[in-house]
Design a protein around this ligand. Structure first.
Ligand code: PRP
Ligand code: ZN
Length: 301
């Protein structure tokens, strides 16, 4: 509540029509760095972001509020912020009326059930167990769907220590690298929800606000696409070009430039990150040499 009071004291309320788009992002924690980087990669410069409650941009009409992730769905639903970057885990737990407009490809983690690593996970293991979690809503939904009756102990943090101190038999918590579970002698047994960061928006934005959301979205999509692709340059003997074109269709078709050496060409194209290593091997097998791979900053299609 503290941050809401502070925000309204800035005069930021729904009734005022502001020309700047207001985005809520996590003030610290797993999504903070990537959220700031994403805005930067979208060409949005922010004034001094360190330890602020809010800041703004000089080159895009955007105000940024730094909030606790758990509060972001509520602020966006209430229209205190127009849009927000939040984990699906938090969004679904809070069940707020907001609309997901883009998955952001970062903050990937899963809400999972874990038990003591020495326990055997047998059928119906979860029946009648005590489960500690900060996600009671998502957990209850999972239990209902799987016809499991168990006791949920809601705790707000350090869920991973619950089995060790005898508070619960099982935990339901976020797992990203898995090191927290490992350090606490726990093992993952079920996935409750796959999660990543998403961009959400308030349901009643006006035309002006929607226009700026679209502009931001266009930039975000260009950045995302660029990250998933690489620019590739290679040399190949001309008689191998048909095979190389098959492997590298590119955005429209590859660019081909003659080399000074007779019978050779330089081929430029775009290659998706997912098929990268496989394609490189096939290109080498097809006679490609001097392969260079360069990151792409933005990709506008
Ligand atoms: C989550 C979760 C674990 C940790 C798991 O906490 O509660 O403690 O991350 O990550 P790992 O698998 O990479 O070890 P988070 O950092 O989101 O902080 P919070 O619990 O305070 O929200
Ligand atoms: Zn949190």
């Amino acid at each position: 509540m503290e941050s809401l009071r502070s925000l309204t004291s800035f005069g930021v309320t729904k009734t005022e029509t502001m020309s700047k788009l207001r985005i809520a992002i996590q003030k610290s924690g797993r999504l903070y760095d990537d959220s700031i980087s994403l805005l930067k990669e979208c060409g949005i410069e922010l004034r001094n972001v360190k330890d602020r409650l809010k800041t703004e941009s000089d080159n895009f009409p955007l105000e940024v509020f730094f909030l606790r992730d758990d509060d972001i769905p509520q602020y966006v639903e209430d229209g205190v912020a127009d849009i927000g970057i939040v984990g699906q885990n938090v969004l679904y737990e809070k069940c707020k009326e907001t609309e997901i407009i883009e998955r952001l490809d970062f903050g990937k983690c899963r809400l999972a059930l874990a038990i003591n690593k020495n326990e055997e996970y047998v059928a119906n293991y979860l029946q009648g167990k005590k489960i500690a979690t900060s996600y009671p809503i998502l957990l209850q939904k999972y239990l209902d769907e799987n016809k499991i009756t168990a006791e949920i102990h809601e705790i707000s943090g350090s869920v991973e220590i619950a089995p060790g101190i005898g508070l619960a038999d099982v935990i339901c918590d976020l797992v990203s690298s898995g090191s927290t579970l490992f350090m606490n002698g726990l093992k993952e047994v079920e996935t409750v929800l796959e999660s990543q960061a998403v961009l959400v928006r308030n349901k009643d934005l006006n035309e002006e606000q929607l226009k700026w959301v679209d502009k931001l979205l266009f930039r975000i999509r260009s950045v995302k696409k660029a990250k998933r692709n690489k620019y590739i340059l290679l040399n190949a003997p001309n008689n191998q070009l048909p095979r190389i074109f098959e492997l590298l269709p590119g955005m429209r078709s590859p660019t081909v430039l003659p080399l000074a050496e007779e019978g050779w060409s330089s081929v430029h194209s775009v290659l998706s990150e997912d098929e990268f290593w496989e394609k490189i091997e096939q290109l080498k097998a097809a006679g490609a040499q001097g392969i260079l791979v360069v990151p792409i900053e933005k990709m506008i299609i």
